[in-house]
Design a protein around this ligand. Structure first.
Ligand code: NAD
Ligand code: UFG
Length: 339
């Protein structure tokens, strides 16, 4: 079975390639490298000892997609390609809707024309907005994401639900990721953000290697144990394995299916800082700062549905997430431009 992996050179996509390869799937990667390096794919080749076919291009390029579906006998698409920076999405909403929503539409149209109806889509816990119950399950209502990035994910989810009503050939998995962190155990691939990281873990690891002076903890007056925000951090390798489980499920089941991919365990910002310090031996200087606009107090998954239906659950705990994130950063202080 051959999978088209859009955004396969990115953080989650590159980890997914390894899990797909070890599960016996063939694949071809489509990525425009707007937020990734082809070096990541070379490292995936070294880890898997397998050639990674790569097409440099954009999901919005209908002609290229047509050619790609003609050139490769693709059975399914795992669609990671997208822009993901929340603050940037507030500043440049049109760019986000164009890339994430229009890009997905062009891809879906090309799939229809090629007769490919199997899709795994990267969604996000952000579609729950400020969830009304915790832990948040798939049965919780979606809506009111707090930024254009989140709304772009919800719009694509809505398009996918509409598609399945219109055409019963579709088999679609919507995966709502919680907070992916960590890196492959080889420490040769990992998260390589452009500029100053906006996410917690890359910020911490860059403080640890001395690239940034101190962490700002956004909010210390939330109604949580220590006043800092609580999230469900999930090891990127566990997350990647969830995609293999979803692809296998789609082989047996038509329709649209939605799963939370999280651990079910919430940790505060200070829990994460302390766990990182323990594992790395590094001291993370921090200051308590005002809340970040758009942040919610607490968000962690009820992951039961994925366990029951996919037989998937996260295996790697917080300590391992910190360990792998630290090894990646230590060995690659400048990410993929290290060589
Ligand atoms: P990433 O930026 O590392 O990977 C996305 C990849 O898509 C990059 O390689 C980028 O070059 C590529 N890309 C972007 N637009 C493209 C386009 N128009 N055509 C072709 N390639 C394009 O991000 P990631 O963390 O690996 O995220 C993967 C997916 O998961 C994204 O859709 C993201 O929104 C979603 N997601 C991520 C998180 C997270 O915290 N990392 C959480 C929830 C959902
Ligand atoms: N935080 C800090 N300091 C920082 C960065 C983050 O205190 O420098 C705090 C945040 O306030 C929050 C927690 O750390 O309480 C996690 O923040 P992240 O930015 O790492 O992650 P978010 O939960 O805000 O958002 C992430 C992704 C989104 C995705 C969402 C749900 O960035 O794309 O998880 O999946 F939608």
């Amino acid at each position: 079975m051959t999978i088209l992996v859009t955004g396969g050179a990115g953080y989650i996509g590159s980890h997914a390639l390894i899990e797909l390869a070890s599960a016996g799937f063939d694949f071809v990667v489509l990525d425009n490298l707007c937020n990734a390096s082809s070096e990541a794919l070379q490292r995936v080749e070294a880890i898997t000892n397998k050639c990674v076919p790569f097409v440099l291009g954009d999901i919005r390029d209908a002609g290229l997609l047509k050619q790609l579906f003609a050139d490769y006998a693709i059975n399914a698409v795992v669609h990671f390609a997208g822009l993901k920076a929340v603050t940037e999405s507030v500043a440049e909403p049109l760019r986000y809707y164009d890339n994430n929503v229009h890009g997905s539409q062009v891809l879906l149209q090309a799939m229809v024309e090629a007769g490919v109806f199997n899709l795994v889509f990267s969604s996000s816990a952000t579609v729950y907005g400020d969830p009304v119950e915790m832990p948040v399950s798939e049965a919780c209502s979606v809506g009111r994401p707090t930024n254009p990035y989140g709304r772009s994910k919800l719009m694509v989810e809505d398009i996918l639900r509409d598609l399945v009503v219109a055409d019963r050939r579709w088999r679609i998995a919507i995966l709502r990721y919680f907070n992916p962190v960590g890196a492959h155990e080889s420490a040769t691939i990992g998260e390589d953000p452009n500029g100053i990281p906006s996410n917690l873990l890359p910020f911490i690891t860059q403080v640890a290697v001395g690239k940034l002076p101190q962490l700002s903890v956004f909010g210390s007056d939330y109604p949580t144990n220590d006043g800092t925000g609580v999230r469900d951090y999930i090891h990127v390798v566990d997350l990647a394995q969830g995609h293999v489980a979803a692809l296998c499920y789609l082989q047996e089941n038509a329709g649209v299916h939605t799963w939370n991919l999280g651990t079910g365990q919430g940790y505060s910002v200070l829990d994460v800082v302390h766990a990182f310090e323990l594992v790395s031996g590094a001291k993370i200087p921090y200051r308590l700062a005002p809340r970040r606009a758009g942040d919610i107090a607490v968000c962690y998954a009820n992951p039961d549905k994925a366990f029951v239906e996919l037989g998937w659950s996260a295996q790697l705990g917080l300590e391992r997430m910190m360990h792998d994130a630290w090894r990646w950063q230590k060995n690659n202080p400048n990410g993929y431009s290290n060589k």
